[in-house]
Structure formats: C-alpha cells, structure tokens
Design a protein around this ligand. Structure first.
Ligand SMILES: C[S@@+](CC[C@H](N)C(=O)[O-])C[C@H]1O[C@@H](n2cnc3c(N)ncnc32)[C@H](O)[C@@H]1O
Length: 377
C-alpha cells in the first residue's frame, strides 16, 4: 500500500510541480490510504469536522419530509415510480440519489423516517448511493443493512446510468458536503502583470512547499474585468472544475426532478472580497483548522468553499431552473414552518428536536455558512 505522500513525491519527481488539485486528490482519495479512505469517524465529535448529520437524526428527517413532498410532485406528473425490480417500459424511475454518503448515517436517518412516516412512498422509491470509495461503500452497506433491498451503490454517476441502463432519471439527486470535498485548483493574482498564476506543490528536501505554475491550463474568471485593477498582489482564490463537472453530469442525467446541494459556500461577489485575501482553502486536523495545507498528507481534511455562482450557472446551462438558493437556516426553517402547520405529517417534535434544530440553524455554527442550492427540471 502506497501512502499518498509517497505517490505525490513520485509524481513530482516524474513531472515537476504538481497542481494543488492533484495533491488534494491524492491526499484525500488515494485508494486505501487517502484521508477519506482511512477516516471512518471523521465527521462527528471524534473526528476532524462536525456536519449537520452529526447534530442528530433531525437533519435527515427534515430532508426526508421535504423529499417526500418533492417526490409527490414528480409522481403526479404521470411518471411511474418504480423500484429496481420492476421498471417501466420507457425506463422511467423514481429515485432518491445521495452522492458522497460518508458512513451512511444520513441515508439511514432519511430511510428510517420515510419507512415510518410515508410507508407507501417508501415502498416505491429506490435509494441510490453514488460513492467512489469501495471502503466507504462497505461502511455504508453495514450501516444500511436493514434497508438492503432498497439501496443500490454506484461508484459514479456514469456507472449508475450504465448499470441501470437509464440515461436519464426522475427523482432527486442530492448531497451534503460533497462539493466542498472535491479537489480545487489554487490561484494567486500577480498585480504587476495583471495575471493569475496557479499555486502548485514542489519538494524542498523532504518537505512539500508551494511553487508557482506560471502557465496554468485554466484560469479563474474574474466576475468583473475592472476587478483586475484593484485586486491586491497575491490575492488568492480557488476554482473547482471537478465540482462543476460533477454538477453538469448530474444535471444531464436528471430527466425530471430536483438537483440539490447543501454545502458551505459563497457566491462570486462574496468570494472576491477584501476579507478573503488568502482564499477559502482550509485544512482540519483533529478538529482544529491548521494553516499548513501541505502537512499531515492523508491525515488531515482539505476543503474549500463551494463557488455557488459557478455551480448555479452550470446547472442553468444544462437547462435546469434555479428554484432556490438560501442559507441552511432559511431552508430548514421553511420546512419546519410546513411541519408546524400540519404536525401530524411529521411525527414527534419535542425538546430533543428543538435542540437539534437550534444546532442546525445557529448562525455561528451550521446555519449561515451552509447554503442550499436547489435546481429542477
Ligand atoms: C465530507 S464527506 C460527506 C459527508 C456526508 N455527506 C455527511 O453528510 O455526513 C464527502 C464524501 O464524498 C465522497 N465523494 C468524493 N468524491 C465524490 C464523487 N465524485 N462522487 C460521489 N461521492 C464523492 C467521499 O468519499 C465522502 O464519502
């Protein structure tokens, strides 16, 4: 088994300065030894970061309540909802597709709620998990063993289309903290030359160090060309073609339904702001943000804010309609307003649910930094 830092060293020796995106890809996803292969407990109190799922089962239950409503809409369009075992002639299916399911906890919270609160719908849906890591698929399988016949796993969206022999799908494709875990390119602004250069990774002795790639393959788009006159030297920004490509692929296979991402992220105007001189790329090691992005390779999480303007444009270019873009507080509060109007449709709401809701919506915690983009076809 090769540790990610060994592979990175070898690639630098063979090719020279490596893009940060490649460094991040290997550090996080190197088969059997990358961060996401080794850290089963990463989200949650014991790990390096805390997600909405670690706040308790309410997050999954609220999503399930919302999904049940959306799936009802798709259903009423005369598309036959069918499970894997019985597909219609024209190949239409009704699916709940979660991408990047970590240890399967969110899927378990969603399916548990649907099973008890919407048994009829539960009997109709097919839950698909798109997860590239074979090891993670095993963990998810273990968590979801009680739902075995309802859940299907795919390594990527293309594999899902191929295996199910459906080039298009009806239902909901969603993710929580997927796009922020995709490899980013890192750029710096050269104010004298009025040019972006890319930050890559080189070796100095045994240590990984930052090195400039003067002629990057792709550069960031500055939303307003006049910004080039005022951007300070060294202004740093990330781009994530992997996230944009993923969204494009998901949008393309979605025949009818919703595509939704929950993630911490920003829009263009917020990305270019004096307070973000150093960009949004962060490393988390044992629950603490660390400055050294190139240290602890494979041991620390690397993540950057999602550029939601870019993601939204990609979806719209694929013909999707943007239904809503809001903070997690706004998104979850709307769901809870619906629940409070018809409490019998949700189930128990007591002190525990209120506590979890406060954690999920606290502006200084998960509430404001997290955004929700929903697009539809
Ligand atoms: C930060 S974790 C997600 C956290 C989890 N959704 C939750 O709510 O607790 C990122 C997940 O995305 C997966 N992943 C990475 N790239 C992916 C891709 N291209 N498609 C689907 N999943 C991916 C990782 O293996 C990991 O399971």
């Amino acid at each position: 088994m090769n540790a990610p830092d060994e592979i990175i060293r070898r690639e630098i020796a063979e090719r020279g300065v490596l893009s940060f995106a490649r460094f991040m890809e290997l550090a996080l996803y190197c088969p059997n030894s990358g961060y996401y292969e080794m850290k089963k407990d990463s989200p949650g109190r014991r790990g390096d970061f805390y997600t909405s799922v670690s706040a308790g089962e309410l997050f999954g239950q609220l999503l399930a309540f919302q999904f049940a409503g959306w799936l009802g809409e798709v259903n009423s369009l005369n598309l036959q909802p069918l499970g894997a075992a019985k597909r219609s002639e024209d190949g239409a299916t009704l699916n709940l597709i979660e991408a990047g399911a970590h240890d399967g906890q969110l899927a378990r919270d969603i399916l548990t709620w649907l099973q008890s609160a919407r048994p009829k719908l539960f009997g109709q849906i097919e839950y698909c998990i798109v997860e590239p890591s074979a090891r993670r698929r095993e963990w998810q399988n273990e968590t979801l063993k009680n739902f075995a016949p309802r859940v299907h796993w795919f390594a990527d969206l293309e594999n899902m289309s191929r295996v199910t022999r459906h080039s298009s799908l009806c239902g909901i494709i969603f993710s929580n903290e997927l796009l922020d875990a995709m490899p980013v390119h890192r750029f710096g602004w050269d104010a004298a030359k009025k040019l972006w250069f890319e930050w890559g990774v080189a070796l100095e002795g045994e240590k990984f160090v930052w090195a400039k790639i003067q002629t990057p393959d792709a550069k960031p788009r500055t939303p307003d060309p006049a910004l080039g006159d005022v951007l300070p030297d060294g202004y740093t920004i990330e781009t994530c073609p992997a996230a944009e490509n993923w969204w494009r692929e998901a949008a393309t296979i979605l025949e009818r339904g919703k595509l939704m991402a929950i993630d911490y992220g920003l829009i263009n105007d917020e990305l270019f702001s004096p307070g973000r001189m150093r960009g949004t790329l962060r490393a988390y090691f044992r629950h603490h943000a660390t400055d050294d992005l190139l240290a602890n390779v494979g041991e620390q999480d690397l993540t950057a804010h999602v550029n939601f303007s870019a993601i939204q444009s990609v979806g719209e270019a694929c013909g999707l309609k943007t239904e809503a873009f809001s903070t997690q507080v706004q998104f979850l509060t709307k769901i809870v307003e619906k629940i409070f109007k018809n409490p019998e449709l949700f189930g128990e709401w007591g002190a525990k649910q209120t506590r979890q809701f406060q954690t999920l919506t606290h502006p200084e915690h998960l509430g404001r930094a997290f955004r929700v983009l929903t697009q539809s076809r």
